[in-house]
Unconditional design. Sequence first.
Length: 375
Amino acid sequence: MSKKNPSTANEDPQNLVKGLIVGKRWRIIDKLGEGGCGSVYKVEDIQTFAKAALKAESNFVKGGSVLKLEVQILKRLEGRKYVTQLFQSAKKKTYSYMVMTLLGRSLNELFKQYPICTVSTQVRVGINILYGLKQLHEVGYIHRDVKPANLAIGRRGQAIHIIHILDFGLSREYVIRNNGSVKLRMPRTNTLFRGTVRYCSANTHTRSEQGRPDDLWSMIYVLVEMRGPLPWNHIRGKDEIGMAKFQTLDTTLCRNSPKELLDIITHLRTLDYYTRPNYFYIYERLHNVMRECNYKFSDPYDWEQPSTATSIKKSLTYIGRSLSRIHFHTPSSADMYNVSSYFKQPRKLRKSFPVFVIRLSSNLRRLIIIMRFRF
């Protein structure tokens, strides 16, 4: 019995066989995941062996093609950073497909490994998401489903340090283009719920039309969760979560985050559907944290550093060996006040610690920072 040729195999979009050549260019390597309408595959260029992601969708899906919308958006985003890039798209007899950037792990995966992130990682992730959303808004679309699962790092090189926005299946055009002119689309009075309950804006729960500010509210919720559970983390009902979002004080929401996040929320509360967010102001507030704390964009993210357990073990080993050479003085009341102040204001941890007569070793400093942000 002859072996079945992959090129003539069943082309069900949810079961494209390994080795199948799509578009005379892309070889199916592996299946990455699937949804209600289709699947995503890892593919490689048969000439250059470059890796990419292929999303396939049935041509008979009810409610219209989601993939067609994504292709349209990615074409407008061509050449822009912080978003996935489109390489090829086409429609076959039974399914349509698009080939795009193959990204690395999603923030959803990374946050499972690092549920509490440092402020350094938090604000830099925020700046990345902000850039991506600004790019999307500039081409006339809102995302409507910003969440950790739809944000991912690159696979290699500098892209590993960039947070990319992906999955535009719930996106909507908020402008109308007519004969070269562009104007704002009129908001609908009663809309269907679109988004993820945990991260969507409070406005979304009222079935109001989503605009650019709603994407930024979702960004805020993602950033807040990087420093601890969201206040509605334990609530399950959609309406109950919506009520919690309205009732939660901004100061409560930002209790584990820099005060600059509260400044951003104050700005968002001045916006409505028609108002353009001040992206530069939001960037400046996040970047202000970096300036004050001497954070750099080139600093490793939490998931790029050695594990916490390994860092603590190395630090304790070094401290244990050096303990006999360290002499402490009895702390005064002023010293104890300084200790309290330093732990209430974690940004100052990078400065000299006033309790000890001697300068602490770099390993001990690192241990203090790790313990402050991890536990």
